[in-house]
Design a protein around this ligand. Structure first.
Ligand SMILES: *Cc1c(COP(=O)(O)O)cnc(C)c1O
Length: 369
């Protein structure tokens, strides 16, 4: 049976993007490649393997589960969990050698207790909130927290980090955050608290704020060849393509409605193709009546609303296109290309959401592994 809907992952493009990031940050800065949410929908293990071959220094994940999958695949390097989890999960950090983000005293105590049981020291990274308003201590709370956990002898302070909310839209605020963070680092140093790793840069930091590199960076989206904002001065190559096929075509006279809500009406005689993908596959409903797709290297508009398992495409006067033809939703077809950034714009969302929402059930095919 022919594949009906699938995702192609170009691992060579992934390697090239990693090289670009390495060129930017240089050899002395550690790269933590961010693999949250199954490598932004690209598939955790194949992506991790390729990045590891390409010389990343460590990984950042969003869940214990992802970290354990990496361990089970045999990866022995560092894995940093960028989120906060319940302290019942503390034993997993010790058992699988996962580096936690710490922003609570009770969690630090539990980690220390679990580590002590097996007489092993666990490195931790401290999160500082310089303006994200999400996880972590405010800068002025950080020292007193560190004082409180000073006596926990099975914990070692390895890293301290912060995160940028507006690195694309507000450089003044971002530079300010960086200053606050650097002042904190200095203040802690004066108090004899030293960390091995200092980090703040996400993709935007990597491209736009060289001062934010410190000695470690955390790029996610640009590794996947997607730009978090337009006009970003880096050339990266999209890694993911999202494809489906035409399962049905019919001739439609003028004045007929197409799809739920009957809000698409044919202007003239046309052909309407039904394609095997819908919002349940992660092709957003918000693309109803506004997205384009590629078939045989040509651009077509979708007709009507996105259904659960189908979309309809207006083929107009085209005579060439047949049932079974490949439909590119994201990706290249001959000279034309639809990027995830473009799809995000049509759906009025961000490219992160477009790629992470492509259903995990859809097979990923890895090219260039
Ligand atoms: C997701 C995430 C990143 C990576 O962000 P990109 O914009 O994809 O580069 C870096 N740091 C933290 C803490 C994150 O949560």
């Amino acid at each position: 049976m022919k594949r009906q809907v699938w995702v192609d992952i170009d691992l060579e493009a992934l390697s090239e993007n990693l090289k670009k990031v390495r060129e930017l940050v240089g050899d002395s800065v550690r790269i933590a490649a961010i693999l949250k949410q199954s490598a932004y929908g690209h598939g955790l293990i194949p992506v991790a393997r390729k990045l590891y071959q390409g010389g990343i220094d460590c990984f950042g994940v969003a869940s214990i589960n992802e970290a354990i999958q990496l361990r089970e695949d045999g990866y022995r390097g560092q894995i940093i969990l960028l989120s906060i989890v319940s302290k019942e999960l503390a034993p997993f950090f010790i058992r699988f050698g996962i580096t936690p983000t710490v922003a609570e005293q009770s969690f630090a105590q539990e980690l220390n207790y679990q580590a002590k049981k097996i007489n092993k020291t666990i490195p931790i990274h401290i999160k500082v909130d310089t303006g994200m308003g999400r996880l972590g201590f405010y800068p002025d709370q950080t020292y007193s927290f560190l004082e409180k956990i000073k006596g926990l002898e099975f914990i070692s302070l390895e890293g301290i980090y912060t995160h940028f909310p507006v690195a694309d839209t507000n450089s003044k605020f971002t530079v300010q955050q960086l200053n606050i963070f650097q002042n904190l680092i200095k203040e802690l140093k004066e108090k004899n608290i030293d960390f091995k790793y200092y980090h703040s840069a996400n993709s935007l930091g990597v491209v736009n704020y060289p001062d934010s590199y410190l000695n470690m960076v955390r790029p996610g989206l640009i590794l996947y060849g997607i730009k978090p904002s337009s006009n970003l001065a880096i050339e990266v190559k999209p890694v993911l393509s999202f494809k489906s096929r035409i399962i049905f075509i019919k001739e439609v006279p003028p004045g007929k409605t197409v799809g739920y809500g009957s809000d698409f009406v044919t202007k003239g005689k046309t052909r309407i193709a039904t394609v095997s993908v819908g919002y349940a596959d992660g092709y957003p409903w918000a693309l109803s009546n506004c997205a384009q797709v590629l078939i045989r290297g040509k651009i077509f508009n979708i007709a009507g609303r996105v259904c659960m398992d189908h979309i309809m495409v207006d083929l107009g006067s085209d005579k060439e296109i047949k049932k079974g033809d490949v439909v590119t939703l994201i990706g290249k077809d001959k000279k034309e290309e639809i990027k995830a950034e473009k799809v995000a714009k049509w759906a009025q969302t961000i490219p992160y959401e477009i790629v992470t929402r492509i259903s995990a059930e859809i097979p990923r095919h890895y090219l260039g592994s």
